[in-house]
Design a binder for this molecule. Sequence first.
Ligand code: ADP
Ligand code: MG
Length: 447
Amino acid sequence: MESTISDRSLPTDIDSTDNSPPLVNPAANGTPYRDLRLMKPLLDAIEHAGYTNCTPVQSAVIPAALKGLDVIGQAQTGTGKTAAFLVPFLNRWRPHSLKGPIGLVMLPTRELAMQVAEEAVKLAPSSKFRTVSVYGGTGMQRQLSQLASGCDLVVGTPGRIIDHLRRGTLTLDHVRYVVLDEADRMLDIGFRPDIERILRRCPDKRQTLLMSATVPDEIKRLVNRYMKDPLHLSLSPTNLTVDKIRQTYITVDKEKKFDLLLKVIEREKPRQCLIFVERKRWADDLLRKMKPHVPSTYAIHGDLPQSQREKIMAGFKSGKVTYLIATDVASRGIDVNGISHVINYDLPMDIENYVHRIGRTGRIGKDGVAIAFVTPEEGSHLTEIEIVINRLIEPDSIEGFEASAPKRRRHIDDPDEPRPQPVEGEPPAEPKKAVFGKFKKKYSSRL
Ligand code: ADP
Ligand code: MG
């Protein structure tokens, strides 16, 4: 069984002029590192890195992982997940004569592999601790010679790890600690078969950690198969900020969404606005339509070359780009503080994404606005979202677009909403229960 602990004590009052990653606040009320009973050389390295207190995800994950438990650490980008999974491993490290590696970190990209390897070097308790990063594209010779001379930790992309396993240049026989970092992104990229192949090659007697901003069903399946009674530590900051966000919906026919978007923009005059669509192609379609009306609009999605994505993201971060159309995958890692509006041009099919989407606004204590476009057929989907966020999303209207009640399959216990009347000739509807009450057990832990 998986248990869930939610932390509601994340700081929300961080200085908004601070340009550092927004959710990491060394001054926050996290556990001081010196209270964690870590090995002295490790503690020294941590202090040398300038970390005094744990970030919230570190406060949650490190003690559990130190006990040897399998852990799912769910938290947004920039919250300090790297140290959260490295510290427990480094604390256990002792000089040894194995060829290794004894620790394995899988992650989706070369950039992340380099970053995590860098952090491992920074936090290493000894100069004898050896980290090798393996990723595709370049550096095969260097990787081969580093692996050949033995190492403690391998940090790499699943594709290249498989490559080394096939060549026989890497063995996982001694691995006791496995981390899936940015698991949701790895699955989005299509690394699942490789990840499973690698996990099957790792000894059963091991500890497994999984770090992810979201935990969709596909990840849960992976967890059930490859992790042992994992503790699910959810620190998703979006859960905490949603209360500050004014959430509304507007009912609209599909073919009128674009006209509605222009009206909403005219009315709201967003400082910066993120517009979510469900498919990559739709992002391009919408961009084409918007450009003539709103020139400061750009779009990012997974098919854009990395360099172009980075350029657009930099523009958005600096405030030069006002409107950004994005898919859920491409929007991961957006940590821009100035977003005043999130428009759900398409409702997210994966309900969890709703929370992540709207959490892009209302950052670090600021208010935000989230407006969802709902077609008349999507009423029950809207209801499902309301169940997850445990509150009703208010109807909104704009000239020419009245928020008629979309068709809802399930009735929500709202005194203002008319209860569905039995239709003649059909059996009476089953008695309505308070939906929130019914789901309370399941969702209360994450709200
Ligand atoms: P994530 O993996 O959650 O996206 P990272 O592990 O990359 O986040 O950390 C984000 C930044 O925060 C890094 O620059 C890291 O050095 C810094 N950081 C991590 N933990 C702490 C801490 N306890 N105190 C101060 N800064 C930290
Ligand atoms: Mg990370």
